[in-house]
Design a binder for this molecule. Structure first.
Ligand code: ATP
Length: 305
């Protein structure tokens, strides 16, 4: 029986502006996504029934049933194609779970790409991206990768110019944060403090786009911004220590990644990232510390494992 494997990157948001709450319960966003070299691998094999197996240290935090986003992706694609979703899905999990790095979205994107190959579907990229958007706001970006401006609830994408590679250190927290909880917290904080002078909202991050196009890491660093950061810090105050430790270790800048709690530290180059990672590992502020670079491409087929 045949099979296919897709490798899919994690994401961070170099800019995350959160606008008002919409009638459909989502917030209007203006975000600059960047795919990083930290990957899950999703393998899809023909089988008698739909099943999910998760491998990796964090496997117990991920549902191994039909609620797994990869399983939901396979079902959505099968419905679109008029076929049966009878596949065995295996996820090799490296992306932190509930870490603000779109791990579930990555697995959904990988499942779409792998299943489309397994079933030899004649599906356009736009059709695939429409199915991806129905599955979750970050899933289209996980398919596309690179660096992209996201609007709407993050699902409407425009590729952006970037030069060179950015080098990052990721501090993974011991306890995850639920994305809906973080959005509820930002609504609560905004209702409490009516004045929001630091919120970027839905404005396009033009200075950051220019800095990214120039490839100057020192210009990018001071422009990193996350409107969700105060909400993530409010729910996990310990993250303040993590952010401080990363800067003290020599990072150019640090931000909470998306809805957190992973903290992402931008470093001057690959050597600086290794040195910041070594120092952060010894500081005890994070459960795990990783280095990664980006932008990297989105979900791609690789030889089956
Ligand atoms: P985002 O950055 O897109 O807001 P996240 O990275 O913070 O999301 P995920 O790792 O996607 O969070 O996990 C969110 C929740 O989704 C988990 O707590 C888990 O129960 C559920 N989930 C369902 N499928 C998956 C999957 N394939 N991988 C990880 N989590 C999954």
């Amino acid at each position: 029986m045949g099979g296919a494997t897709a490798r899919v990157p994690a994401k961070i948001n170099l800019h995350l502006g959160v606008g008002p709450l919409r009638d459909d319960g989502f917030h209007e966003l203006s975000t600059l996504y960047c795919a990083l070299s930290l990957y899950d691998e999703v393998t899809v094999r023909a089988a008698d029934d739909l099943s999910v197996t998760v491998r990796g240290e964090s496997r117990r935090q991920v549902p191994a049933d039909a609620t797994n986003l990869a399983a939901r992706a396979v079902v959505a694609l099968a419905t679109h194609a008029g076929t049966d979703p009878r596949v065995a899905i295996t996820i090799a999990k490296n992306i932190p779970v509930a870490g603000g790095m779109a791990g579930g979205s990555a697995d959904a994107a990988g499942a779409l790409v792998a299943a489309a190959r397994l079933w030899r579907l004649d599906i356009t990229r736009d059709e695939l991206l429409a199915i991806a958007a129905d599955l979750g706001s970050d899933v289209p970006f996980s398919v596309v990768g690179g660096a992209a401006l996201g609007t709407g609830r993050g699902e409407r994408l425009l590729p952006v110019l970037h030069r060179g590679e950015l080098h990052w250190v990721l501090a993974v927290a011991g306890t995850g944060l639920s994305t809906p909880d973080v959005y509820r917290e930002i609504d609560r904080l905004r209702a409490r403090d009516e004045d929001q002078p630091t919120a970027a909202g839905t404005a396009r991050p033009d200075p950051l786009l220019q800095a990214l196009a120039s490839g100057d890491v020192h210009a990018v660093a001071p422009l990193l911004h996350n409107d969700l950061q105060p909400a993530a810090l409010s729910l996990q105050p310990m993250l303040r220590r993590t952010l401080r430790a990363g800067r003290e270790a020599g990072a150019l800048a640090g931000i909470v990644s998306g809805s957190g709690p992973t903290c992402a530290f931008l470093c001057a180059d690959a050597d600086a990232a290794v040195s910041v990672a070594a120092e952060l590992s010894g500081s005890g502020v994070a459960k795990a510390v990783r280095t990664a670079s980006g932008p990297v491409p989105g979900a791609r087929l690789v030889p089956i494992n």
